[in-house]
Design a protein around this ligand. Structure first.
Ligand SMILES: [Zn+2]
Length: 388
């Protein structure tokens, strides 16, 4: 009996039909389990939980025992569809029309998971049912929401079982306009804080008896916005601080408030660690405040450090496979939000390559059916070269 192969379009359509809005499994992991088991993979379904968050299901699968150990990573959960009536094709119908597959998750990232499965099954079948090293799948149902019961715990669980990985491809939608135009080789980190300035409450008609914290807040905000954090690095654009909210909460017109706050987010590059960045921001604030402004910054915990997978043989191999299947030389990018690559990078080098991101998280999310074939060809070329 020859091992089964799979058609990426059928798989992607069937996955889109699973209503797996975080934290619901929606049948998506069960579908993947069935496909991988039939191809000879050992499959584990694991649920993680933590107080204050809903339990979430995850899947780990592997075929082969030897090295090198290649792993595909991804998520089956999707963001909510919003108002289904706004969709031309219902968000969980998996309609194929005009050469495109429609539905929530078509691009982000059930389509890419379907391509990984198809490529892995083809590759394994071509080797008589056994890869030369081992191929694993790390699939989570907790990426789009808080991401605490997903990849971060699945990786730790796998390590405890003695699993290890040499290289990873994460299938997030990396391309801007066409398959092959962009590969993500790293991500910026993300850090949130609240700038708090304390004054003295009082009557607005007697300002000499009060100390308005708004004055100090504005001065410190201006300083923090004006001072560059760095000038970028070899792989990254400059880090950036954006204020996202100013909060005083004063409902009356005749009161000088006692306290004023402003929230901000920083997207930072590999010039900084979280610790060095906090120290830098506090130094800038202290310089602007001198002795005049009473201030502090409340930092929120963050699990999003910046990272980059440096140029080397693995990046060359993946870029070569992309060129082979698409004819394109991908741009090496570190833009965009955070992804689960921030957790994977602690275990092995990780690159992100998937579908075209244009319609992700939008109404009428869709991918060209031709792109599913092309992405499968890219993943297949990666596997063939990796285990060459
Ligand atoms: Zn995603």
């Amino acid at each position: 009996m020859s091992p089964p192969t799979a058609d990426p379009t059928t798989l992607a359509r069937d996955l889109v039909r699973c209503p797996s809005v975080t934290p619901a499994e929606g049948g998506a992991l069960a579908l993947i389990e069935g496909v991988l088991k039939a191809a000879g993979f050992t499959v584990h379904r694991v649920t993680f939980a933590e107080p204050g968050t809903p339990p979430v299901e995850n899947l780990y699968a592997r075929i082969g025992d030897a090295g090198p150990r290649f792993v595909f990573a991804g998520h089956t959960d999707v963001v909510p569809p919003g108002e289904p009536a706004k969709w031309t094709h219902p968000p969980f119908a998996g309609d194929i029309a005009g050469g495109a597959l429609y539905g929530r998750g078509a691009v982000d990232m059930k389509g890419a998971i379907a391509c990984m499965l198809a490529a892995a099954l083809e590759h394994v079948a071509a080797r008589g049912g056994k890869p030369k090293g081992s191929i694993a799948f790390l699939i989570t149902g907790d990426e789009e929401s808080v991401a605490v019961n997903g990849t971060v715990k699945l990786l730790a669980w796998a390590r405890e079982r003695g699993e290890s990985f040499d290289h990873c491809i994460l299938g997030e939608p990396s391309n801007a306009a066409a398959i092959g135009d962009t590969i993500k080789i790293g991500r910026r980190g993300s850090l949130n804080g609240t700038l708090v300035v304390t004054g003295k409450q009082g009557h607005v008609a007697y300002p000499e008896r009060a100390d308005n914290p708004v004055r100090g807040l504005v001065a410190l905000m201006a300083a923090l916005m004006a001072t560059p954090l760095d000038h970028g690095s070899a792989q990254f654009t400059a880090s950036n601080l954006e204020f996202t909210s100013i909060d005083i909460g004063n409902p009356v017109v005749n009161l000088i408030p006692g306290e004023a706050r402003a929230r901000f987010n920083i997207r930072f590059n590999d010039c900084h660690s979280q610790t060095s960045l906090r120290m830098l921001i506090e130094r800038h604030a202290a310089e602007a405040a001198r002795e005049r402004v009473r201030w502090r910054i409340d930092w929120e915990p963050s699990n999003a450090d910046s990272f980059v997978t440096k140029p080397g043989p693995f990046l060359d191999l993946v870029c070569g496979a992309i060129k082979h299947a698409t004819g394109k030389e991908p741009e090496l990018s570190t833009t965009g939000g955070t992804s689960d690559a921030r957790f994977i990078k602690d275990y092995c080098p990780v690159l992100e390559f998937g579908l075209v991101g244009q319609t992700m998280h939008q109404v009428d999310e869709h991918t060209a059916v031709a792109d599913l074939a092309t992405l499968t060809a890219v993943y297949r070329a990666i596997l063939d070269r990796y285990f060459g």
